[in-house]
Write a protein that binds this ligand. Structure first.
Ligand code: SAH
Length: 382
C-alpha cells in the first residue's frame, strides 16, 4: 500500500496492509500473529490509541507508538436532512474538508463516500467540479469514512451498501482506491460484501479494466448523454475516451455472470431528455449487461440547468423499460442540506458550516421550495 508518513516522521499505521503490519511488528520484536489482532483493532474496533490494543505486549505498543500513529478524520459537523439523510463533514489532517452522505431507505442504508478533495473531471453540470482537484484521498481516508460513520450512528443506521459517488473521480485515484477497497472488502477489516460496494466513474477506460481485474465490486458509469457531441459538451473526459470506446469497453469487461453495469444518466431539461434521446439510449445499451439509473438534475443557484418535469422522466423511463432495458429513477435525497448528487463540496472553507447552512437555508427558502429553516434538523452530534 502507499505508505504515508506524517511531518513528525511517524507513519499512518492504517496505510499498511495486513502483511505489511506483520513485517512491521516482527521488525519491532513483536510476534507475527499479533498483526491480525492489530489490524482488527484498527479496522473493526476503530481504536484511537495503541494503549487500547490490550492483547499486544506493552513494550511492542510503546515501539509502535514511537514509529506509527493511528489516523482519523476530524468530524466537523453531522447534519440530518428532513428525509433522514445524514451528511458528514470531515476535515483531513492537512485541513481539507470532505463529505460522506448516509442515505437511509426502506431496506438499506447506503453510504456515499468521497475519494478525492474536489475533482479534476470538470463536468459542466456538477458543483464538485468547480473546486478543481485539490488532492487525492489516501486509502486510510477513504476507509475511515465508513468506519467513523459506524461509530457515530446506532444500529438503525447500519451501513448496508457503499457507493463511491461522493466528491471526486474514484478511478482517477485508482492507486489509492484499490488498497482502500481491500480494506472495505477484507473479512478482517470492514467486511463489506463485494455485491454491496459500487464504484462510479465518468468512464476512465483503462482504469475500468484495471479495477475489474483487481476486485469484483460493482461498476457504475455516468453516461449522461446519447451522442458523442452531446457528451463532449458536458463531460470533457469524452475527448480523451470517446463514447464508442467507453461502451466497447463496457461490452467486453470481464463481469461476473450475475453483474450488470449501472449507467447513470443525469436528466437535464431540454438537453438530454427528449424521446429521441430515450431511443438512442436504448440502442446504446444493446449488447451490454446494463441497468440505467435516471437522475433528474438537482437544481442549484450556481447553474441554469433545470430538472425535467416528472412526466418527461416517466416517459423516458417507460421507453427504456418497454425496450427491454432495466431502468430506475433516483429519488433526490438530502437536498435541504446540500447532500444531493452533484452538490458536495459546495462548502466554502472560509465560513463555518453553521453559517453555510444558514445561507443555504435562506437560499432554498428564497427559491420558494416551502422549506422552513426552523425545520432543519441541524444535528450537531460531534
Ligand atoms: N466522478 C464519479 C463519481 C461521482 S458520482 C462519476 O461521475 O460517476 C456523482 C453522480 O452525480 C454522477 O453520476 C454525476 O453525473 C451526478 N451529478 C452531478 N451533478 C448532479 C446534479 N446537479 N444533479 C444530479 N446528478 C448530478
Amino acid at each position: 500500500m502507499p505508505i504515508f508518513t506524517r511531518a513528525d516522521g511517524r507513519i499512518d499505521l492504517k496505510s499498511l496492509s495486513l502483511p505489511e503490519i506483520e513485517a512491521a511488528l516482527t521488525g519491532l520484536g513483536g510476534e507475527r500473529f499479533r498483526a491480525l489482532q492489530v489490524y482488527k483493532w484498527l479496522w473493526q474496533r476503530g481504536v484511537r490509541s495503541f494503549d487500547e490494543m490490550t492483547n499486544v505486549a506493552k513494550v511492542v505498543r510503546a515501539k509502535l507508538e514511537e514509529h506509527y500513529y493511528i489516523s482519523f478524520l476530524e468530524v466537523v459537523a453531522v447534519q440530518k436532512s428532513i428525509d433522514g439523510t445524514h451528511k458528514f463533514l470531515w476535515q483531513t489532517e492537512d485541513g481539507h474538508k470532505i463529505e460522506s452522505v448516509l442515505i437511509p431507505d426502506d431496506e438499506r442504508n447506503t453510504l456515499c463516500v468521497s475519494t478525492q478533495v474536489g475533482c479534476a473531471m470538470a463536468c459542466t453540470f456538477c458543483l464538485t467540479g468547480d473546486l478543481g482537484l485539490r488532492r487525492h484521498l489516501r486509502p486510510s481516508e477513504i476507509a475511515n469514512q465508513p468506519l467513523q460513520v459506524r461509530e457515530k450512528l446506532d444500529a438503525t443506521y447500519r451501513i448496508t451498501n457503499v457507493v463511491m459517488m461522493g466528491m471526486g473521480e474514484p478511478l482517477h485515484n485508482i492507486d489509492n482506491l484499490i488498497p482502500a477497497l481491500e480494506i472495505y472488502l477484507g473479512e478482517q477489516a470492514l467486511n463489506f460484501s463485494h455485491r454491496k460496494v459500487t464504484v462510479s466513474t465518468v468512464g476512465l477506460v483503462p482504469q475500468m479494466q484495471r479495477l475489474a481485474d483487481a476486485l469484483p465490486v460493482n461498476l457504475a458509469v455516468s453516461l449522461n448523454a446519447t451522442t458523442e457531441e452531446q457528451r463532449r459538451q458536458v463531460m470533457p473526459i469524452t475527448r480523451k475516451y470517446p463514447m464508442e470506446e467507453l461502451l466497447a469497453a463496457c461490452r467486453t469487461l470481464p463481469l461476473k455472470a450475475t453483474k450488470r453495469i449501472t449507467f447513470e444518466y443525469v436528466m437535464m431539461a431540454g438537453f438530454n431528455d427528449s424521446m429521441a434521446d430515450a431511443q438512442r439510449l436504448a440502442k446504446l445499451m444493446r449488447g451490454i449487461k446494463s441497468k440505467v439509473n435516471l437522475i433528474p438534475y438537482n437544481e442549484n443557484p450556481d447553474r441554469d440547468i433545470k430538472r425535467p418535469p416528472d412526466a418527461v422522466v416517466k416517459a423516458f423511463q417507460h421507453h427504456l423499460v418497454t425496450h427491454g432495458i432495466q431502468a430506475s429513477v433516483r429519488v433526490t435525497r438530502g437536498r435541504d442540506i446540500s447532500a444531493a448528487c452533484g452538490q458536495l463540496g459546495k462548502a466554502d472553507p472560509t465560513k463555518s458550516t453553521v453559517e453555510e447552512e444558514k445561507i443555504a437555508a435562506i437560499r432554498i427558502r428564497r427559491e420558494g421550495e416551502g422549506y422552513d429553516a426552523s425545520r432543519f434538523a441541524f444535528d450537531d452530534i460531534v
